[in-house]
Design a protein around this ligand. Structure first.
Ligand code: NAP
Length: 299
């Protein structure tokens, strides 16, 4: 079998198009413009690239983008004063603090300071709890993106055996909760899982979020499975000196022999993350104004 390659870039573009359509209607019918505030502390080059991409895509879908840069030595007091201001600002519907933050700051305390109804990264204890208990959560963007890709590929996920490798708060745990909500039978595997290959072989849906290049071998994949590769490892490019190349957690060529569909790295899950950040901002805006949530853009 030669698997279908899932085009995350094209799907993310379709999500952004849907978001843009909703944003235009919100403006026309209600005079509301959804707003996303991004806070960057320090000058981490990778973070600056992400923040620039978020700003560009936010503006492209017609939302207001508010960028706040604080110096690398900013105190918690300064950061929290800014977050408090954004929490109180009715033009801001989503707040994201770009991680990692410099070491004098604490990620958990920072996330906890953000109003959960504006926590569009879905990282707060409140949103994790709402997701786990079937409430109205804002869901972490990358797992939400994976869920959208899976629903698009497979339709109803009811009864599927799903295996998620990785149990982080950012990805593995919310991904497991989302699959459970969609009536999958879920296994969350991790570094202490015994006979990981055998566990993976039972998966109709196999999701790898580890960060170890090509650890998932072709014969770990059940024939006909849908494989979602979340992992990203950057290595020196074998043919282009001075350049780097991205590798996923799955041996793409070998897994394609067994899978029915598979996401590539790059161009699979990656582009979905910012698209879902925009979807979450729109959802937060609709909820803040007591309007119906955008269909197909939530969990
Ligand atoms: P993380 O917090 O480092 O978690 C990695 C998980 O992998 C842990 O649960 C760990 O298990 C598990 N693990 C490590 N070695 C393993 C092994 N040999 N066998 C089985 N499980 C193993 O990472 P994360 O934040 O979830 O991210 C995971 C990967 O996804 C990274 O490559 C990251 O760059 C990528 N990612 C991509 C996007 C995107 O595309 N936009 C977004 C988020 C993450 P223990 O808990 O037992 O240590």
């Amino acid at each position: 079998m030669s698997a279908k390659t899932i085009d995350g870039k094209a799907f993310a573009a379709s999500v952004r198009e849907k978001v843009a359509g909703h944003v235009a209607r919100l403006k026309d019918e209600h005079g509301i413009t959804p707003g996303l505030a991004v806070v960057l502390v320090g000058e981490d080059p990778a973070s600056e690239v992400y923040v620039a991409a978020k700003h560009r895509q936010t503006v492209e879908v017609g939302m207001a983008s508010f960028e706040h840069k604080l110096p690398a030595d900013a105190s918690e007091e300064t950061l929290f004063a800014l977050i408090d201001k954004l929490n109180a600002d009715p033009a801001v519907h989503g707040i994201l603090c770009q991680f990692p933050v410099p070491e004098q700051l604490d990620e958990r305390r920072t996330v906890a300071r953000i109003d959960p109804t504006k926590d569009v990264d879905g990282l707060s204890v409140t949103n994790a709890g709402l997701l786990a208990t079937g409430g109205e959560a804002l869901v972490s963007c990358t797992p939400l993106g994976c869920l959208m890709l899976l629903r698009d590929q497979l339709g109803d996920l009811t009864g599927k055996e799903a295996v998620v490798i990785g149990r982080s708060n950012l990805f593995g745990k919310p991904m497991g909760q989302l699959l459970l909500r969609d009536n999958c039978t879920v296994t969350i595997a991790h570094s202490r899982t015994k006979d990981l290959a055998e566990v993976c072989r039972r998966a109709d849906i196999l999701i790898a979020a580890v960060g170890r290049a090509e650890m998932v071998q072709g014969d770990w994949v059940k024939p006909g499975a849908t494989v979602i590769d979340v992992g990203i490892t950057r290595i020196p490019h074998p043919d282009k000196p001075g350049k780097t190349k991205l590798l996923g957690d799955v041996d793409f060529a070998a897994a394609s022999e067994n899978a029915a569909a598979i996401t590539p790295v790059p161009g699979g899950v990656g582009p979905m993350t910012i698209a879902c950040l925009l979807a979450n901002t729109l959802t937060a805006c609709c909820r803040a104004h007591g309007l119906p949530e955008p269909e197909g853009l939530t969990a």
